[in-house]
Design a protein. Structure first.
Length: 228
């Protein structure tokens, strides 16, 4: 009886142990620290090194007989005589018979080897000599000459005098130059005499029937008594 109870207890204990082992481990309660053990979960790998190969026996050297090479004899070829190509002969030109030169009659043109003298340059035209200027004692006028006006200033100051005016005329009688040859001593009288003579028109002087330039001197007197 006691043995049956003991067997029963053992069987119950084994069933409980098996049941406990088959149950999944429950997660640890919240708030409790979890200790990780990575070293326990790593698998160690072992590398197997291959054993070195056994050394092979060195092959025995094989003797090879060297073949002797014989150079073939070259037979000397007979020298070929170089034949020169025949030179083509130039055909002979027919000799032309000399043509008879016709005899020339008369005079033949002979070219002179001497240099032909260049024609002389034409001489510059000689200018005609300028006509000689003559001095006129009594000039001739185209129009009656007008008397010069007496300057008012010289009249008030009672100034008098004689002005000698010189006039140069060309071949046509036109005035070329007008100047005071001798002054009266009063500037206003000299100026009045020049202004009067500048308006005069002269006839050209002639010499041997040909018009020539001339020069004439005209005295002009300013006097207050002359107007009375």
């Amino acid at each position: 009886m006691q043995r049956a109870v003991l067997f029963l207890l053992l069987s119950v204990a084994l069933h409980l142990a098996v049941g406990m082992s088959l149950r999944k481990p429950s997660a640890p309660p919240a708030g409790e620290p979890v200790v990780a053990m990575p070293g326990a979960l790593r698998l160690a790998t072992v590398q197997l090194q291959p054993s070195p190969p056994a050394p092979m026996a060195a092959p025995e050297p094989v003797m090879v007989a060297k073949a002797e090479l014989t150079k073939p004899k070259v037979q000397a070829q007979p020298k070929m005589q170089s034949e020169k190509p025949p030179v083509a002969q130039k055909p002979e030109r027919p000799v032309e018979s000399a043509r008879p030169v016709p005899e020339r009659t008369g005079l033949t043109n002979v070219r002179s080897t001497e240099a032909i003298p260049k024609p002389a340059a034409p001489a510059a035209p000689v200018r005609a000599a300028a006509p000689v200027e003559v001095v006129s004692r009594e000039p001739a006028f185209l129009d009656p000459p007008r008397q010069p006006s007496y300057p008012a200033q010289a009249r008030r100051r009672n100034q008098q005098g004689t002005v000698l005016v010189e006039v140069r005329l060309d071949e046509r009688g036109a005035q070329r130059e007008l100047k005071v040859a001798r002054s009266s001593g009063v500037e206003s009288l000299d100026r009045a005499a020049l202004e009067a003579v500048a308006r005069w028109r002269f006839r050209p002087e002639t010499l041997d029937g040909q018009a020539v330039p001339s020069r004439v001197q005209i005295p002009i007197r300013f006097a207050l008594t002359a107007s009375r």
